[in-house]
Design a protein around this ligand. Structure first.
Ligand SMILES: [Zn+2]
Length: 142
């Protein structure tokens, strides 16, 4: 078993479906972060068989809505002074701001950069969202 030291302060994104770790790493743009970050892949898990884990030291700043879109199995652990202070189960967001691009080319959100797209969840199973401006249905894809 690979040993990675416990972090004193920061977040641990746990129970990422094996194979999604790198996608989440890229989507959260962690490659641009200056903080120490560990990406663990294919760790054994009682729950999932295999899982990926991301640890970010000295930061609590991640987009939980984005995580929910990417993988709703995830648990986010907040750690301070080496102790778990908060455990958050991630769910698929009912409302999403900005993260999805409306597929209607004539939608105002695609022509006016000042309008932030707002989407409402239609279906959890298919990750379909309805645009609040033009009502077009857009499916979120990883
Ligand atoms: Zn739209």
């Amino acid at each position: 078993m690979l040993e990675v030291k416990q972090i004193e302060k920061g977040i641990v994104i746990d129970h990422i479906k094996s194979g999604n770790g790198l996608k989440i790493f890229n989507k959260l743009m962690l490659n641009k972060s200056k903080k120490p970050i560990v990406l663990l892949m294919n760790v054994e898990s009682k729950l999932l068989g295999k899982k990926d884990i991301i640890k970010i030291e000295n930061s609590f700043d991640i987009d939980l809505n984005l995580l929910g879109l990417l993988d709703d199995n995830i648990t986010v652990n907040y750690i301070e002074n080496g102790k778990l202070t908060l455990k958050k189960k991630i769910t698929i967001p009912k409302e999403v701001k900005g993260l999805i691009k409306c597929k209607n080319p004539r939608c105002i959100t695609n022509s006016d950069s000042y309008v932030e797209p707002l989407f409402k969840l239609l279906s959890k199973d298919t990750l379909e969202y309805k645009c609040s401006f033009c009502e077009e249905i857009t499916k979120y894809e990883l």
